[in-house]
Design a protein around this ligand. Structure first.
Ligand code: P6P
Length: 337
């Protein structure tokens, strides 16, 4: 069996080859990876761990928090506070940023995360995941504030997710391609199982919540309708549909075999650009998808070019196989006469 490459060795070799991973960033990634292992253990216990069901609280999004949402958030906060690699953290589950307490040294990075994405799937034993995004602290003059986080996704230093599914898999980019690490439960180590992941430019598989069709705007309706017409229609091929309702699981499938994922604007909430969050869902996934040769737009512009106005900003998302996302974007930019 070829020698197994651990996460640590991968990061050391990326640093050697690209001079791309300063020690603080390497520590950050290893700490987050270790926190994901702890979360995986809690998730895998399910009913045996008394961690299923809802907590008696809501998050800033107005969503009922699951017990595991809160547990996962606390695991990530506690794992990252003391290391000296971070200045502050932001989470889907917290109204405002969490600045590293004065008793610990402050570092160069900002960490954002959705500690447990897809949590509506927890109680029904369907894959869920942790999504994280890493930014650099750009203003060294003063204390950290929310404004320091409001950077476009193209400024991310690293991004990734951990999917808690049949396998527990960590997927990571530091800007030199996408690598996948599978958790070896016997040794507790992350083992490199895919490197330089590439998304096929074409696909026959789309992921969207079809029950929202009546709420979509015309370009999205046109794109999906053409897919549904199959080989007799303008696309000249039949399409398949998947919707896990867990972004991590849908994106992992797309990174693995191609596809297009969409959560578009819809008229139920016309003032909201979309359901998904820019900073800790769309941006990290967009970084990964682009690093794997795909595209990620909000229907009109590259997601990673969007300058955020607020921490919990939402965005419409179309990401995945390059030629399909380009088509969706073209339909938005040059609608039928
Ligand atoms: P719906 C999970 O709540 C999430 O944020 C994403 O992981 C997922 O893609 C989407 O929402 C599912 O939304 O409306 O289909 O339940």
């Amino acid at each position: 069996m070829s020698s197994r490459i651990s996460l640590t060795r991968y990061l050391v070799e990326q640093q050697r080859e690209h001079g791309h991973i300063p020690a603080q960033l390497r520590l950050l990634i290893e700490v987050v990876a270790r926190a994901c292992k702890s979360i995986a253990i809690s998730v895998n216990k399910g009913a045996l761990g008394e961690v299923l069901g809802s907590a008696a609280s809501e998050n800033v999004q107005g969503e009922i928090q699951k017990k595991l949402d809160i547990i996962s958030n606390e695991v990530l906060i506690e794992a990252n506070e003391w290391g000296g690699h971070l200045a502050a953290m932001a989470s889907e589950e917290m109204d405002s940023i969490h600045v590293v307490p004065n008793r610990y040294p402050q570092g160069e990075y900002l960490l954002l995360f959705d500690p447990l994405d897809g949590s509506s799937n927890i109680d029904v034993n369907v894959s869920i995941g942790t999504i994280f995004s890493v930014l650099r602290k750009v203003n060294n003059q003063r204390g950290i504030s929310e404004e320091d986080f409001l950077q476009p996704g193209k400024q991310q230093a690293a991004a990734g997710y951990c999917v808690y599914g049949p396998q527990t898999t960590l997927v990571l980019t530091v800007g030199t391609g996408v690598a996948m690490f599978t958790l070896d439960r016997e040794t507790g180590s992350w083992v490199l199982t895919e490197d330089q992941v590439q998304i096929p430019e074409d696909t026959k598989e789309f992921a969207i919540n079809m029950s929202n069709m009546r709420h979509w705007d015309a370009p999205v309706k046109r794109y999906i309708d053409e897919c549904l017409q199959g080989k007799e229609g303008p696309r000249g091929k039949d399409f398949n549909m998947r919707w896990v309702a867990s972004m991590v699981a849908d994106v992992h499938r797309i990174l693995t075999r191609g596809g297009v994922f969409m959560y578009p604007w819809d008229k139920r909430d016309p003032d909201k650009p979309g359901k998904l969050r820019l900073m800790y869902e769309a941006n990290p996934m967009a970084f990964l998808v682009e690093q794997a040769g795909g595209l990620a737009t909000n229907g009109r512009q590259r997601i990673m070019d969007i300058v955020p106005g607020k921490l919990h900003e939402r965005v419409a998302v179309a990401l995945g196989s390059k030629n399909e996302v380009q088509r969706v974007t073209d339909y938005h930019l040059s609608p039928l006469a």
